[in-house]
Design a binder for this molecule. Structure first.
Ligand code: NAP
Length: 317
């Protein structure tokens, strides 16, 4: 079958389209005929092999050479122990192990998969899983009138975070490159900050919630941007800062402020909940560009350069 193949960690040149054996599903797995897959910031991390957790799937090279975690497709075969899905079912979700999706077929345990709503295209469904679960968890508890800042909002996950926050009644400030400001306003931000020009953390006492997709500031610094009772959630970013935020966050409790790392486990329930909101047009994953599988290296080059505004989707042959 055709697949994107990654033999080493490195720039976009580390991936190429080629042929690999079709996977055979185990008893507890389904085989999905992939119709579309999408890229996340985590695929960029898995491409270059950094931060350290991106090498959990192989220290020197990825053990599973096929990248791609978010897929939508049709069940082509089901192992003997699978009871919840049958051949022909349309499904989507994030793959356990975060790899294998950029191929014509992938075998995976069905526990993370959800049924694709009939009105949702495969391309749109593939754009939801990881970004949707991040958005769903990081916006939980936002109240009408809250001031929310989303740092790193112009990449794969930001549009859904902004969209859900606005849906919950928040006023959203989005931070990213200056040339992504128009895009960020289009997906719902009422204010933007260009990170090259301004340090959002210097805006003292402003936000009820900060969702940080690219955290690189000390936990002792970010809390100053919070209003009393506000919360800073570090979703992604530098490994060193992740560890510091995890270790020190509990000690930052002044004025009811909280600073913490937000773990977003892969979750079918969260995927179904956020997808219901997408179907009801309360929020949308912004699709940046759609590439055919044969041009997946170009898609990775765009992702690696950070030129995408929202989700890059790969359509399978
Ligand atoms: N907590 C969990 O359990 C969990 C689960 C899944 C994923 N994650 C993580 O969550 C993150 C997901 O984010 P994503 O997929 O939306 O990432 P993404 O597509 O890489 O987007 C990040 C955005 O931030 C921008 N950016 C870079 N440096 C910045 C800076 N200094 N200030 C502000 N913005 C900056 C990037 O621009 P450029 O591209 O121009 O650099 C890009 O537009 C990833 O790090 C992933 O590993 C966490």
């Amino acid at each position: 079958m055709r697949a994107l193949i990654q033999d080493r960690y490195g720039p976009a040149e580390a991936v190429r389209v080629g042929d690999v054996p079709e996977p055979v599903p185990a008893d507890g797995e389904v085989l999905i005929r992939v119709r579309a897959a999408s890229l996340n910031g985590s695929d960029r991390e898995n491409l270059v092999g950094s931060p350290f957790y991106a090498r959990l799937g192989g220290l020197r090279r990825p053990r599973n050479p096929v990248p791609g975690s978010d897929v939508a497709g049709v069940v082509a075969a089901a192992g003997s122990a699978v009871t919840e899905y049958a051949v022909g079912d349309e499904v989507f979700g994030e793959l356990a192990g975060y790899r294998g999706g950029l191929a014509e077929y992938v075998a995976t345990p069905p526990r993370l998969l959800a049924r694709k709503p009939p009105g949702l295209s495969f391309l749109d469904a593939a754009a939801i899983p990881q970004a949707g679960c991040i958005a769903f968890k990081s916006t939980r508890g936002i109240a009408p009138g809250d001031r929310v800042l989303v740092n790193g909002a112009g990449g794969a996950g930001g549009a859904l975070v902004i969209g859900l926050a606005v849906h919950l009644g928040a006023e959203v400030t989005a931070v990213d490159r200056a040339d992504k400001a128009d895009y960020l306003r289009r997906v719902g931000a009422s204010d933007t900050i260009a990170f090259e020009d301004e340090d959002w953390a210097a805006r003292r006492g402003r936000y009820d919630r900060v969702v940080d997709l690219v955290g690189h500031r000390s936990p002792f610094r970010v809390h100053r941007a919070l209003r009393p009772g506000g919360v800073y959630l570090m979703v992604g970013g530098h490994a060193r800062v992740l560890l510091a935020t995890f270790a020190a966050g509990w000690s930052i409790r002044r004025e009811g402020k909280r600073v913490k790392v937000l773990a977003v486990p892969q979750s079918r329930a969260d995927l179904e909940a956020v997808t219901a909101l997408v179907v009801a047009e309360k929020a949308a994953p912004a699709v940046d560009r759609v590439y055919p599988l044969e041009e997946a290296r170009e898609a990775f080059a765009r992702l690696a350069a950070g030129d995408n505004r929202g989700k890059i989707v790969i359509e399978m042959p």
